[in-house]
Structure formats: structure tokens, C-alpha cells
Ligand binder design. Structure first.
Ligand SMILES: C[S@@+](CC[C@H](N)C(=O)[O-])C[C@H]1O[C@@H](n2cnc3c(N)ncnc32)[C@H](O)[C@@H]1O
Length: 234
């Protein structure tokens, strides 16, 4: 049977999931990700977990619809609190704010101790999440980009371990890659950070000017990354 058609964003998340892994999909909502990966034969089994009953009911409906009963377990829980470390080989947390993702990992230290592949797809607070990962013994191994309409999304494959310190611009936009969407992604961050600086230029105060200097450093770094990316395109 064909699985649910994944959006480009969820497809990117699925591509970062290691083949053969028992996957915990935290904040699963419709359970489209585990259903599609099981039906395409990439993973054998998954746990669909969600904080709320409504999304978990939708997950059960998807699993019934695609005949996957017994291949997906359900957990009504906050983050990973209802999942034992020995049950899974990889964890996906997609479609949530970066701060929520950091809070979920922080509450489950076994995600670092077990050196588990973590597939994270933040919707906001990108610098905060990357900084938290860096400070808490995680290493970002790979980042992908996907476009849906006007929006570009990012997803990252993270594992326990040291990574070379990220520059201020890398905290915002991730490390440079030759991804064809990378140029657009950097342009968006440049525009966003420049708008924030413009807003600060109209405000006053010592705290504001320190923050403004930090953001100017981010803009310089993003502009350098854009030049580097353009060189790669030639
Ligand atoms: C926008 S949906 C994302 C669904 C799917 N992962 C995706 O990327 O398309 C976010 C889901 O995360 C769930 N959620 C939010 N905070 C959570 C938490 N702390 N633990 C587990 N699930 C959570 C919400 O109930 C919701 O179903």
C-alpha cells in the first residue's frame, strides 16, 4: 500500500531518519511521518507520541487507514517522558519551536548519553536551539532545506558529541552547504536581521546598542556565507 504523501518539509525530515531505526516521532499529530516511512520499508516500527489527545486520535486514524496496526505504538506524553531509551534507535521532533525542542531534549538526558540520531525540524528560535545544542554536548552533523510555497524549512541531524563552535551567523542560518536553496535561505536571514537592526536604530538604550552590534556581526557573517555560496555555484 502507498503511504501518505509527505509534504517537502516532512520528506526532508524522513530522509534524515536512518534506515532500519525504531523511530520515536515526538509531536506526531497525524503520524504521517512514521506511516510513510514504514510503508516505504525504511523503518520497521515507530512510536507516535503527542502531548494532546486530539493529535494522538488522528495518529491512530492514520495507522488504521494504512493497515499499520501493531507497527506503531502510541504514547500520550510530554516530549520523551513516556518513552524508554531501549525502545527506540532514533528520535524525530518536527514542526515545533526551537525552544520547545530544546526543552524536550533537556528533559531526556538519555538522548545524549545513548548517542542517538536526533532529527530536529524547528519552526522558530533557530539561534537559540543551535546555541543550546552547542552548549549541551550535541553536534549538528547535517542540515537540509526544503521549500513549500513561499516558506523555506530546515531540518538537522544531530548526535551527541563535540562540534566546532558556530559563528554568530551560523547560529542563525546553520553551516554553509552547496544546497540549491541555500542562497534564498541566506537572503531571507539577511533581510530579517537587517530589519531587526533598522528597528533598533530607531530605539535607544545601552542594551539595544550592544544587541545591535551583535546583529551587525551576524549580517557580516551572513553576507560572507552568501558570497561563499555564490562561488560554489559557479
Ligand atoms: C505542528 S504539529 C507538528 C506535527 C508533525 N510533527 C509535523 O511536523 O508535521 C506539533 C505537534 O506537537 C505536539 N506537541 C507540542 N508540544 C509537545 C510536547 N512537549 N510533547 C509532545 N508533543 C508536543 C502538538 O500537540 C502537535 O500535535
Amino acid at each position: 500500500m502507498r503511504g501518505p504523501e509527505l509534504s517537502p518539509r516532512l520528506k526532508m525530515v524522513g530522509e534524515l531518519v536512518p534506515a532500519g531505526a525504531r523511530l520515536a516521532d515526538v509531536g506526531t499529530d497525524h503520524a504521517y511521518l512514521p506511516a510513510a516511512l514504514i510503508l516505504e520499508g525504511k523503518i520497521p516500527w515507530a512510536i507516535a507520541a503527542d502531548l494532546r489527545q486530539g493529535p494522538l486520535d488522528r495518529a491512530r486514524a492514520t495507522v488504521r487507514e494504512y493497515g499499520l496496526t501493531g507497527k506503531v505504538a502510541f504514547r500520550l506524553c510530554d516530549g520523551l517522558s513516556g518513552i524508554r531509551p531501549d525502545e527506540v534507535d532514533a528520535v524525530a521532533v518536527a514542526g515545533m519551536g526551537g525552544e520547545t525542542i530544546a526543552a524536550i531534549l533537556s528533559a531526556a538526558p538519555w538522548t545524549r548519553e545513548r548517542d542517538l540520531p536526533l532529527i530536529l525540524q524547528p519552526m522558530s528560535s533557530f539561534p537559540d536551539l543551535r546555541e543550546w545544542l552547542q552548549k549541551n554536548g550535541f553536534s549538528i552533523q547535517e542540515e537540509g532545506l526544503a521549500r513549500e510555497g513561499d516558506t523555506i524549512y530546515t531540518a538537522m541531524l544531530v548526535r551527541a558529541g563535540e562540534m566546532s563552535p558556530l559563528t554568530p551567523a551560523e547560529l542563525w542560518a546553520g553551516k554553509n552547504t552547496a544546497d540549491p536553496l541555500r542562497g534564498d535561505w541566506l537572503d531571507r536571514w539577511l533581510a530579517r536581521v537587517r530589519r531587526a537592526i533598522d528597528g533598533m536604530s530607531r530605539a535607544r538604550g545601552e542594551g539595544t546598542s550592544a544587541r545591535k552590534r551583535e546583529l551587525e556581526e551576524v549580517v557580516d557573517g551572513l553576507a560572507d556565507m552568501k558570497k561563499e555560496w555564490e562561488q560554489w555555484q559557479k
